[in-house]
Design a protein. Structure first.
Length: 431
């Protein structure tokens, strides 16, 4: 039912009767918002008129309004910007972590939508033109894939150039910021980029030979050395263990020395995430990588194969994190190294774009050509977008192809920009 409610809300397939809040105010959905498939509210930046007042904010959807409490949203500040809570059944009032009551609306699914839901949901995951893909010549498909791959790499090049400019022209710092962003693996990407900019790498560099001090600065700047950042049930254990306190004391000393200010720990996302991807683990991996000095710009430039790049990014966690995922909660001992899939994603999204962008910066076409060749050495990514295109008849042979398919979905299908898409052109031409 919740999936169906998401579908109805996303496509605004509302009942014919007027929409009203549980208190009787009229509701007009101007923009349903951006559907969120990660942690946080279900729809971002919706525009809704409630009782004549325009609200812009997030929307959360549940089968029953009491699910708000079952999922712990009343204790999560990430849901404080929800302006409307939509439920099939209103069985409780809902409040934010600050105690503010949220407006609610009951949403009934029209009978015809319920009857046709199975068929609709089967095709809703595919672009409208998917039926003609098997009939398009391989030469046309190959040409379009090459163009999409180049387009995606150009976009990443522009983003890296902007980071280098923001870092005062330092390509080493731009590399670290790009690497940090991609250590967020999507969900925490924005938070990692914010964290990396706020580190003050020139200050950290003075202590690069001391891994404990690096970890203190990395964890402290992430806001993870604040006691409130530890789940309440683990706080006593974290203080008894002593490692958290040692890190925090070291950070307080270094932050006064360099004038550091930590970021807000609420920026980090943990929900719907495997513990291996928790920010503590990813930051600890970055600590050991930074301390090793392996993943510098000169090291990347010297790499000529995917295997050499894997060696550059090979890392593990510091000893404490071999038995922890968060402060105060012990786990079985593992080195928590990056999986081969995660390592390849870092190469695809960090090393290759940096090589290409730096090649452009230095007017070195050989470096750019090597970046493109390295994409062909890597296996295709495995994610829901690549699997969707495979079901439609477009299969990725390597990482270059999978990057092209991600570009096609994000920049054309999601934007409904069919008139600029070569597959859309074939579809329109043959209808």
């Amino acid at each position: 039912m919740e999936q169906l409610l998401h579908y109805v809300w996303k496509h605004k397939l509302f009942p014919l009767k007027e929409l009203r809040t549980s208190s009787g105010d009229a509701v007009e959905v101007i923009d349903a918002g951006l559907h969120n498939h990660n942690s946080g509210p279900d729809f971002f930046n919706a525009k809704i008129k409630i009782g004549g007042t325009l609200w812009v904010g997030n929307v959360e959807i549940h089968c029953k309004s009491s699910d708000w409490y079952a999922h712990g949203h009343d204790k999560d500040a990430a849901y404080d910007n929800v302006v409307l809570h939509v439920s099939h059944e209103i069985d409780a009032d809902v409040v934010t972590s600050s105690g503010h009551e949220i407006v609610q609306m009951q949403l009934d699914v029209p009978p015809r939508i319920s009857q046709n839901f199975n068929e609709l949901i089967a095709t809703d995951h595919y672009p409208p033109c998917y039926r003609i893909i098997p009939d398009i010549s391989r030469m046309k498909i190959s040409s379009w894939m090459s163009a999409l791959q180049a387009e995606r790499l150009e976009q990443k090049t522009e983003a890296i150039a902007r980071r280098a400019e923001r870092c005062g022209g330092s390509w080493e710092d731009a590399l670290f910021v790009t690497l940090a962003r991609n250590y967020g693996f999507g969900v925490n990407g924005d938070a990692f980029e914010e964290w990396a900019y706020g580190l003050g790498l020139q200050c950290v560099a003075h202590h690069r030979d001391d891994i404990f001090q690096i970890e203190a600065m990395f964890m402290g700047q992430a806001g993870l050395l604040e006691l409130d950042a530890i789940p309440e049930r683990y706080r006593d254990a974290a203080l008894r263990e002593g490692y958290f306190t040692r890190l925090r004391n070291e950070y307080l000393y270094l932050s006064r020395k360099f004038g550091m200010m930590p970021m807000d720990a609420s920026r980090w996302r943990f929900m719907r995430m495997r513990p291996q991807n928790f920010p503590h683990i990813r930051i600890s991996q970055l600590v050991t990588l930074y301390h090793s000095r392996r993943a510098g710009l000169s090291s990347l430039i010297e790499c000529t194969s995917a295997e050499q790049l894997r060696d550059v990014f090979r890392t593990c966690v510091t000893p404490y994190w071999e038995t922890h995922y968060v402060f105060g909660s012990t786990s079985c001992r593992t080195e928590k190294r990056l999986s081969s899939r995660s390592s390849d994603l870092l190469i695809i999204n960090t090393a290759i774009p940096i090589l290409f962008a730096y090649g452009r910066h230095k007017s070195d076409s050989r470096m750019c050509d090597r970046a493109l060749a390295l994409l062909g050495q890597l296996r295709a990514e495995s994610n829901h977008v690549v699997r969707m295109w495979k079901a439609c008849g477009l299969e990725a042979a390597d990482a270059g192809d999978s990057q092209a398919l991600l570009q096609l979905k994000k920049e054309y299908c999601d934007r409904k920009d069919c008139l600029r898409c070569r597959i859309g052109y074939e579809y329109l031409k043959n209808r």
